[in-house]
Write a protein that binds this ligand. Structure first.
Ligand code: F6P
Length: 328
């Protein structure tokens, strides 16, 4: 039986995601509900190393459920990858009498937690917060639903102008290693083609598809491209290549960038964040550690951090098929 948990530290780390604030609020208020203390750690692992802490009570998180970004700020810390960095972090936690950590973030965040736990036997629970939805052990990560809605809203607007000018648009969306945003927002916005890291469509097939699209009488076309698509060209090179090979198309490019990470979280993300935040605290109080909380078939479940990091969250093959059918 580990030490009784009386004070929990919470942090957000890696790329921010809408709904992180809702998760922080849920952790803080659950701590209060169970009459234990809560400390916020600024700027993820970097703040842990620097002892950048703040006491949080239920009123410190008033009115943040509706806000994008993260009250606690976020960072990617190189120093925490070193033994010396982690030692400083451990000393700060001891000085502050923090007994356990809730880590809100993605792969990198959980890897840091696992290493820290193995070196110092320090209780850590992960909450998946990233717009990429690329975490094994949850159907949805916090922020993904909001990002999808942002992307669909923007593509709808691009469609208006694409259609007025009979143009072909390449729209780049986030996702270095995962095509969840591209595939789902692409289907949701009725994109003609979707290029994702998980599948190499090949340039020839892309040209063929676009020729077919033109022949079928469509006046405008949208190709959604994930940042990390497999075709091997960036979105501008891709657009040039298509314009050179298919002069019948007038091509434009739109890179959505970091706007996808901002904005008020959707109701789905707020509820998800709240459920996961409460569960994270309850697990720590039950003596659990080294797991991530996630939503599987609408039930809050746990997955070993190691599995969450090493496992692969597969995109839906059926959605790819459906998307091809709709491009007719
Ligand atoms: O992991 C979240 C994410 O938004 C990715 O989709 C994107 O590739 C990356 O972060 C961008 O990172 P940065 O904010 O450091 O440019």
């Amino acid at each position: 039986m580990g030490k009784k948990i009386e004070k929990i530290g919470v942090m957000t780390s890696g790329g921010d995601a809408p709904g992180m604030n809702a998760a922080i609020r849920a952790v803080v208020r659950s701590c209060s509900y169970y009459r234990i203390e809560c400390v916020g750690i600024y700027r993820g692992y970097q703040g842990l190393i620097e002892g950048d802490f703040v006491r949080l009570g239920p009123r410190s998180v008033s009115n943040i459920i509706s806000k994008g970004g993260t009250l606690l700020k976020s960072a990617r810390s190189k120093e925490f990858r070193t033994k010396e960095g982690r030692e400083k972090a451990y000393k700060n936690l001891k000085n502050e009498k923090i007994d356990a950590l809730v880590l809100i973030g993605g792969d990198g965040t959980f890897t840091g937690g696992m290493v820290f736990n193995s070196e110092y036997d320090f209780p850590c629970i992960g909450i998946p917060g990233t717009i990429d939805n690329d975490i094994f052990g949850t159907n949805f990560t916090i922020g993904y639903d909001t990002a999808l809605n942002t992307v669909v809203g923007v593509i709808d607007k691009i469609r208006d102008t694409a259609s007025s000018h009979n143009r072909l648009f390449f729209v780049e969306v986030m996702g270095r290693d995962a095509g969840f945003i591209a595939l789902n927002a692409g289907v949701g916005a009725g994109a003609e083609e979707i290029l994702i890291p998980e599948e190499d469509m090949g340039l020839e097939r892309l040209l063929e598809c676009l020729k077919r699209t033109k022949r079928s009488g469509k006046s405008s076309s949208i190709v959604v491209v994930a940042e990390g698509d497999k075709i091997g060209k960036n979105v501008f090179e891709l657009a040039n290549y298509v314009e050179e090979n298919l002069p019948e198309y007038e091509v434009r490019v739109s890179v959505l960038g970091h706007m996808q990470r901002g904005g008020a979280p959707s109701c789905f993300d707020r509820v998800l964040a709240t459920r996961l935040g409460v569960k994270a605290v309850e697990l720590l109080l039950d003596g659990k550690t080294n797991v991530m909380v996630g939503l599987i078939n609408n039930s809050v479940e746990t997955t070993e951090l190691e599995k969450a990091v090493k496992g692969h969250h597969e995109i839906s093959g059926d959605l790819l098929r459906v998307s091809d059918m709709m491009a007719i």
